[in-house]
Design a protein around this ligand. Sequence first.
Ligand SMILES: Nc1ncnc2c1ncn2[C@@H]1O[C@H](COP(=O)(O)OP(=O)(O)OP(=O)(O)O)[C@@H](O)[C@H]1O
Length: 298
Amino acid sequence: MTKPFLSIERLTQRFPDGKGGQVTVFENASFGIERGEFVCILGHSRCGKSTIMNILAGLAQPTSGVVAMDGAEIGGPSLDRGVVFQNYSLLPWLSALANVRFGIRARHPDWSRARIDERAREFLSMVGLQGEAIDRKPCQLSGGMRQRVSIARAFANHPKLLLLDEPFGALDALTRGTIQDELLKIWSGTGQTVFMITHDIDEAILLADRILLMSNGPYARVAESVEITIPRPRVRTTIVEHPNYYPIRNHLVQFLGKRSKALSGTPSEGRPQVPEAVRIDLTDPLPPEPARLHAIRA
Ligand SMILES: Nc1ncnc2c1ncn2[C@@H]1O[C@H](COP(=O)(O)OP(=O)(O)OP(=O)(O)O)[C@@H](O)[C@H]1O
C-alpha cells in the first residue's frame, strides 16, 4: 500500500510529570494526510495538538514513532514546512514587504531581487495588503494585518506543507472571518497541503477537507477523522444552509462534549491508534433518520 504524503506512524510522546514519573500525552498515534489536503485538528486544551504540530515542524523530537513527508523522515526544521503561529512570528525590524521577501530569498537564493519583490507583493495583495501598509513595520500594523503578513510569508515560500497553529486565535470575529476567506482563496490557488490547529468548530468546517478529532489526555487519541462532505467553494455566509452542515457540526460538538472525555486515559496496549473514518452525508440516498447517522459512519 502506498503511504500518504504525510505519514505519522506510532507516534508517542511522554514528558516528565515533575514528580519523578512520566505522563503519556499520546501513544502510537497513526494517521496520514494526502497531498493538497486541508486538515484541521480539534481537541480540548492540553490534549497534545501543539506537540504533534511541533513534531511535524521538526521543532521537537517524539519519544518514539516516525513522521515522514514525501517518503523522507522528518528530523528537524526545513523550508519544506512553513509554520504560522498565533503570535505572528515576524521579524520586528523589517517592514511587512521585507518580511515576506526575507522568506522567499531564503527559499530561492538564486532568484533576482525583482522576482522576489514581485512574488512578495503578489502574495501580500492576495491577503488584502497593498499600498503604504506593506512598508510598515509589524509594530505599526494591527493584529489582523500582522497575521495576514505571516500567512502571505508562509504561502509565498511555497512549502510542501503548511502548519498553522491557531493562526486566528488572537483576532476579533470580523477580522477572523475576512482572513479565513483570504486563506481559502490563497490555498485553493496554490493547492498546498495544510495542517491546522483550531478551537473553532465553524472555522474547521469552513476550511477543512477533513477534521481530526482528538480525545483528552493523558493517552489522548486522534480518535476520528471526519470528512467534510460540503462541496467547495464554500462561502461563510451560506455554508450553514447546506444539509450536511448541522449534522456534521452536531457530531463534532457531541465528540468534544462527551466522547473526548470517555476515551481519555486508555493506554494503547501496543496497538497503532488509527482514527475511525466518519462520513456524514445527508445528500446521499441512504436510509432515513435515525438509522442514517449510524449507517453512514464508515
Ligand atoms: N516540554 C514539555 N514538558 C513537559 N510537559 C509538556 C511539554 N510540552 C507539553 N507538555 C504537556 O503536554 C500536554 C500537551 O500539551 P500541548 O501544548 O501539546 O497541548 P494542546 O492540545 O496544544 O493545548 P492547547 O490547546 O491549550 O494549546 C500538556 O499537558 C502539556 O502540559
